[in-house]
Write a protein that binds this ligand. Sequence first.
Ligand code: ZN
Length: 430
Amino acid sequence: MRQFSRLFGLSLLMSVVTAWAADPALTVYKAARLFDANTGTVSEPGWVAVEGERIKAVGTHEAVPAHAKVVELGDVTLLPGFIDAHVHISGQSSDNWYKDFYASVMRPAAEQSLYGARNAKLTLHAGFTTVRDVGSSEYVARSVRNAINDGVIEGPRMVVSNYAIGSSGGHADEAPFPPERIAVNRTLQGICNGADQCREAVRMQIKFGADVIKMIPSGGVLSLSDPVDNVQMTQEEMNAAVSEAHAWGRKVAAHCHGDRAAKMAIAAGVDSIEHGSFLQDDTLALMKEKHVVLVPTIFAGYYVGVHNEKFPPSIQVKAQAAAAAIQQMFQRAARIGVPVALGTDAAVEPHGLNATEFSLMVKNGFTPAQSLQAGTKNGADLLGLGDQIGTLEAGKVADLVAVKGNPLKDITVTEHPVWVIKSGRVVVSP
Ligand SMILES: [Zn+2]
């Protein structure tokens, strides 16, 4: 249909086609329970009325709107579509690190995009109707985002960063390939040294379609040539990157395992700290005070610990250290009351298992309701989409997930959604 209207270049035809394609019917989804992400409570029963791509009304015991088509979902809980604030849709890893490394070098972006499309579909079918993609090469994530927005492929709503911003030799940089054979990364690829270059690197990402800026001021786990927790950007570089991003209306997500780098990133004004493995209590308290969101990616830390033997020795040591620290750090963050948004680092572990993070949060001190808020409302707010998604309220986009039973009693039911609806369209149904 879209192709047809484009062929004729008639905007009038296009608007007629759009109006015709939108389903004017009011559909009411009735469930045994409804999760309110604002209060963290479940009401029984509950219903959501959907018209086109928007929520028209939400109720419990009230009569459903007249003339609506009613869909009885049965013994399920209706929740807002889940949000993962830390994924890498363009990448994936298998049990063979060396094979994955080879593929990452040899596979052109066009080919990798097909894998990205598959990963996007897996993520959506797992109930994650929105994701923030914080790091990709050669615009694969951006390509997947645009194809989803155009209705070409199936996937979640995506907020993407393009390349991450960081220093030469740091976690944002490529592996130390012989520079005579593989070109060294520059600002176009997010690599910067000095404040001016870091501004340029941010501008480059925005020029080529970044919705958010990912900054790497600290070492990382799955990179070959850096320690896991050192400081990799100067205060001036961080200040430049963050102020430039904010000047363009983009938020900044800072990858920090190390505590010192996190303190500097917070001083620079970042919006979220990713991972946070080695954060100290005073840093966590500062995040609470300044409302800097923690995106803990417990699943990734857990996964690299369990599958440690697949990595080369230099990465094994770092993965063990991060795996040992991250759950304990989250327990302290939960006690202190740091704002948390759910993130998984999917690509480190297989795509489509994102809901595992809910259980890991609950195992480490969150109530089920807190974990669900982290994966809905808090994620929406962090992504700057709080007025559109994240709660079930009239006027918002109709992103709905239905899970069996009551997730406040058994959080693992989130791992097998029975209904997934994105923008009013049913994606998964029994
Ligand atoms: Zn990541």
